[in-house]
Write a protein that binds this ligand. Structure first.
Ligand SMILES: Cc1cc2nc3c(=O)[nH]c(=O)nc-3n(C[C@H](O)[C@H](O)[C@H](O)COP(=O)(O)OP(=O)(O)OC[C@H]3O[C@@H](n4cnc5c(N)ncnc54)[C@H](O)[C@@H]3O)c2cc1C
Ligand SMILES: NC(=O)c1ccc[n+]([C@@H]2O[C@H](COP(=O)([O-])OP(=O)(O)OC[C@H]3O[C@@H](n4cnc5c(N)ncnc54)[C@H](O)[C@@H]3O)[C@@H](O)[C@H]2O)c1
Length: 470
């Protein structure tokens, strides 16, 4: 078998790995990066996840009532594919042009802690490395219900992006990030959408007023929820009377009983599992938790100190920007002072890309109550914020803004933004939390007009003590 030796070997073209490979390569280190699929150059985010789904969501939001849903969806998919092909090629070029980076197509598998075999068809290559960085990501959790394997109508978040034609009726299993973003997107494309989740409540980590506002909006947009229920089975039929489709049987607690939903497509969005089974991690002495995620310390070293695990595969929060931060920690271990750790992360924001988006940083009101800390809360419906005309200008006045502030220090402890531009404004609040900027300074800040940021002037002027026991 042919072999090569490098300083650092990256397995998988994730966000952390590609950034690390580029940074180390530009410093003159010999780096090899292994990716099993050319369709995934650049990783999950740009090829099948964040970027293509947000491109489709944007297109869906732009659809006019006069557009034919199926044609409009088909054109949107072509636009998505054009964008993604450009990004995929650009990502390949960005590393290919670094002289000391070797890009290898193939499936990686450990044979020893410092040796990885890469296979592509009948070809084999042995790569020896002082340091190995595992960045193989996650894949959709497979469906657990009866009939899924025999159905041609069961999709995951990757395959549904190319469903043909646009499903008239879509059943989404799972009301997490993927489930809600796709439910909202397909409702905007013109599908009738049903969401099934085994949790009794929607968005269990959010305050009830926030979850209710999200639910109301999605229902207004045509989404129907079936909470506290699971899918028992799907059965495809050629449907002489109602046309071809699949019958989805769902059931919940005894009083809810069993019912059936008819669908043209079923999206399974019940979480993601680590891409570790093919890696032969035991040969490297790398351990995994009960769910298969690689166990790491706060420097992202695995049980074998020369092997790091970064991105989704290490069981941390599954976001591209967390994977990016993982790269900073490993870079610091390899060529820096080695002080940076996962514990340095403060105020990591999130956004679910609904229309409008739901963004969150820090604690919720419910968490503040549970912690029994002395806080002030400001909450305003977007439509009622007089000093923020931007939502009215763009015609999107749904949602609410809520901020939780430490009553003693005036520091912001958390915020929920369910409004246009939430994915941007949440970053400003996160920065305030990281830098100790007080709520009063944000309240009295000079912000551009008309913008969404200027909501802070009015919302933070309405801070009140928590209503008892509410
Ligand atoms: C539908 C969807 C939408 C999302 N939207 C967002 C969003 O808006 N914002 C956000 O921050 N996050 C979002 N996420 C999450 C985000 O995509 C992930 O957190 C991020 O892509 C994780 O990247 P990573 O660094 O772990 O590796 P990945 O980008 O997953 O890369 C892993 C790579 O390893 C390759 N690989 C796997 N096994 C092997 C092997 N044995 N040999 C060789 N190569 C291998 C894979 O092909 C893949 O290219 C979304 C996820 C999904 C599913
Ligand atoms: N905008 C973003 O940042 C974004 C977008 C999409 C995905 N992501 C990332 O990708 C990860 C995976 O997303 P996801 O939505 O697949 O997972 P998730 O963990 O966010 O949600 C899974 C949902 O499925 C439900 N569920 C699980 N098993 C079920 C079953 N058998 N029947 C019915 N419901 C069931 C859960 O209650 C939960 O609501 C997320 O955790 C997130 O980190 C991020």
């Amino acid at each position: 078998m042919e072999s090569i030796s490098v300083d650092v070997l990256v397995l998988g073209w994730g966000k952390a790995g590609k950034t690390l490979a580029g940074a180390l390569g530009r410093q003159g280190q010999h780096v090899a990066l292994v990716e099993r699929s050319p369709q995934m150059y650049g990783g999950t985010c740009i090829n099948v996840a964040c970027v293509p789904t947000k491109a489709l969501i944007h297109r869906a939001e732009e659809r006019r009532g006069t557009d034919d849903p199926a044609d409009y969806f088909a054109t949107s998919v072509v636009a998505r594919d054009t964008l993604i092909a450009q990004l995929n090629a650009r990502n390949h070029a960005m590393l290919a042009e670094v002289d000391t980076v070797t890009l290898i197509d193939g499936q990686a598998r450990f044979v020893a802690p410092d040796q990885v075999e890469v296979s592509a068809g009948a070809d084999r290559l042995l790569v020896r490395a002082d340091t190995v960085v595992v960045n193989t990501g996650t894949v959709p959790a497979p469906p657990q219900f009866e009939g899924a394997a025999d159905s041609t109508r069961v999709y995951d978040s990757t395959t549904l992006q190319h469903v043909e034609p646009l499903p008239r009726r879509l059943v989404v299993v799972g009301a997490g990030y993927v489930g809600l973003e796709f439910a909202s997107m397909f409702a905007h494309f013109g599908s009738s959408v049903h969401v099934v989740d085994h949790n009794e409540s929607l968005l269990p980590r959010e305050d009830r007023d926030v979850a209710e506002a999200v639910r109301r909006l999605l229902e207004e947009q045509g989404v129907e929820f079936h909470l506290g229920q699971t899918v028992q089975s799907v059965l495809d039929h050629d449907g002489a009377e109602q046309g071809p489709g699949t019958v989805v049987t769902i059931s919940g607690s005894p009083d809810l009983g069993t019912r059936t939903l008819r669908a043209d497509a079923v999206l399974v969005a019940t979480g993601r599992v680590p891409a570790t089974p093919d890696l032969d991690l035991a040969r490297a002495g790398v351990t995994t938790d009960a769910r298969g995620f690689i166990e790491v310390d706060e420097h992202l070293r695995t049980a074998t100190p020369t092997v790091f695990a970064v991105g989704d595969v290490n069981g941390g929060p599954q976001f591209t920007y967390v994977s990016l931060d993982d790269h900073r920690i490993v870079l610091d271990q390899l060529v820096g002072s080695g002080g940076r750790t996962t514990k340095d992360r403060v105020a990591v924001p999130t956004t679910t890309f609904l229309s409008p988006p739901l963004a969150r940083v820090g604690i919720s009101e419910t968490e503040a109550r549970e912690l029994e800390i002395d806080v002030l809360v400001a909450v305003k419906d977007v439509a009622g914020i007089a000093a923020m005309p931007r939502p009215k200008i763009v015609g999107e006045t749904h949602g609410l803004i809520k901020v939780i502030v430490d009553a003693e220090t005036d520091l912001i402890l958390g915020a929920t933004l369910f409004c246009i531009d939430a994915q941007e404004v949440v970053n400003l609040i996160a920065l305030a939390m990281r830098t100790g900027t007080t709520a009063s300074r944000l309240r009295d800040g000079i912000w551009t007009h008309p913008s969404t940021t200027e909501a802070l002037n009015e919302v933070l002027a309405s801070l009140r003590p928590l209503a008892p026991g509410a």
